[in-house]
Structures are given as C-alpha cells and as structure tokens.
Write a protein that binds this ligand. Structure first.
Ligand code: UTP
Length: 273
C-alpha cells in the first residue's frame, strides 16, 4: 500500500509569468481550487494521506493553503459562506503535509531527489499538479496503485500525443504486456519527432520504488542541463521492470496557457457553478 505522495512544485513556471512571479504555478486556480488541491484530492482518493511537497519560491502560499486559517474561519462561521471551506478543511483534517525546499532548480529528477528526506525508504507516488487529470471511473493515481499492487515496480502514466509534439515530453518505447500496460525498453527525454521512438508520452503521474533515489544521485545532468527523471527511470529499467500505463481519463497541461484555459472550460461545464 502506497501511503506517501510527492509534489514537486519548485519550477519557475516561466510560461505563466508574471502570475508566477511570487507564487508557484501550482497555486493557480481552475475555478475556485488551486491546481495542487486537485492533486492532493487525487492522492487521497488513491488512499494516501501523507503529502510531501518540494517547494521553491512562494512556499508560504502553499503552506498557508494547507493550514487552518482561524481568523477566516471565525469570520465566516455560521454564515452562508462557511461551505466554501468545507473541502479544504476536510483535506487538512485527513492529511499531513510536509515541505522541503529545492535550493537550486536542477530539474524534475533533482526535485524528486530533494524529496527523499520526506519519503524515506518506501515506494511513493509523484504528482505534477500542473498536469490536471480527470480519471474515467477512478482517478489516475488510483488506477496506477491498483497496477502497482500487481507488479510492485515503478510505473509512469502515458498518453498518446500528436507525433509533432514529442519534443515536449519524455517518450517511451515498450512491449505491451497487457492492454494499455507496456514494459519499458527505451525512454528519451523530449526527442525531435524524427528521433522519437513512439508517440507515447510520459505525463505527470508516477509510482516510484525507493531505489530511484540512489539512481538519481548518480544520474548526471541530461537534456537542458537538468537532472532528468526519465534518465534515472531508464537506468532502473535496465535492471528491473518499469511499466508505462495508458491511463483512462483526461489530462490538461495547465503549465501552458492553452491547456489551462481548456481545463477551466472543461471543469466549469462539469460544475454547478
Ligand atoms: P516544468 O517542466 O513544467 O517546468 O516542470 P517549470 O519551471 O515548472 O515551468 P516552465 O516550463 O518554466 O513554464 C515540471 C514539474 O516539475 C517541477 C515543476 O514545479 C513542475 O511541477 N520542477 C521542475 C521542480 O520542482 N524543480 C525543477 O527544478 C524543475
């Protein structure tokens, strides 16, 4: 049973400047909830209640969001506005939140390695909250933990993308061992379309076994001068099984303005607002 979920949230979020100048992009709201809250809700649905957040700038906004605001609660207690805080209050009561800071932005792999101090020696989930997902039936992480129970290995979520967009993602090559589940044989970070081994792109959901930390420690900077989780997973895949799972549901790249607007429209149509 996986209990902990890591949220790397230290990136600069340059595509959303100036909104992300003083707060992380994970605090951008889709409707009334910040992206990170959707991520935490997905982790809770998958049975996790220990949330580990890797922060950079804007640490305070994240910490305050997952903390009780006594003054605010006191102000609206008994009023018709009280229900606005019900969901977040339930998360705060149900989960523990801990934070560590990535001092240098050396990439996603480095951010995950920074989280080791909060995770320890156990398998864990990773959510990139700027990939906002709406699972079909169960949430994406729930679908992945069910698969983990059967295979007990690292798993990345994948999606078929437009082949001209391979240079935005980690791309996998693998052998399909059951419907929608691939044993990874190769992985390349952001290849040009002509060099991409497939159009199966890794999205922001992972389940990782803890040996990944030692691999990350020994992973040199790769594409873009950053320590890439894709490179570490490729090393792991050379020695043991690493799976890619074609999730059931929808994903929005909320790190881009276009994806963010799409997500906002999608969730607005689904909501009662
Ligand atoms: P992105 O590749 O989207 O980078 O990171 P970014 O810096 O956040 O955004 P842009 O490209 O400048 O607009 C993917 C995820 O990895 C985290 C980010 O917070 C995001 O959730 N990340 C990335 C870190 O935590 N640390 C890093 O050094 C890099």
């Amino acid at each position: 049973m996986i209990k902990k979920c890591l949220f790397p949230a230290a990136g600069y979020g340059t595509r959303f400047l100036p909104a992300t100048k003083a707060m992380p992009k994970e605090m951008l709201p889709v409707l009334t909830k910040p992206l990170i809250q959707y991520g935490v809700e997905e982790a809770v649905e998958a049975g996790m209640h220990t949330m580990a957040i890797v922060t950079g700038r804007g640490k305070r906004a994240l910490e305050d969001h997952f903390d009780v605001s006594y003054e605010l609660e006191h102000q609206i207690k008994g009023s018709d506005k009280e229900h606005y805080l019900t969901e977040i209050r339930a998360l705060i009561d149900h989960c523990t939140f801990s934070y560590t800071r990535q001092n240098e932005m050396k990439g996603l792999g480095h951010a995950i390695l920074t989280g080791e101090t909060l995770i320890g020696n156990e398998p864990f989930a990773v959510i990139l909250a700027d990939d906002l997902c709406d699972g079909e039936g169960n949430g994406i992480l729930s679908q992945m933990t069910a698969l983990y129970e059967r295979y007990k290995c690292s798993i990345v979520a994948i999606e078929e993308i437009d082949p001209s967009h391979t240079n935005r993602y980690g791309i996998i090559e693998g052998k399909e061992i059951e419907e929608g589940v691939y044993k990874i044989t190769n992985m390349v970070e952001k290849p040009d379309p002509e060099h991409a081994p497939s159009n199966l792109a890794i999205i922001g959901r992972y389940i990782l076994t803890p040996d990944i930390f030692q691999i990350l420690e020994n992973t040199p900077a790769g594409k873009g001068g950053e320590i890439q989780i894709t490179d570490a997973l490729m090393t792991q895949a050379q020695n043991k099984t690493v799976l890619a799972y074609k999730f059931k549901g929808k994903r929005f790249d909320c790190g881009s303005v276009e994806g963010f607007v799409e997500a906002t429209n999608y969730f607005f149509k689904k909501s009662n607002l």
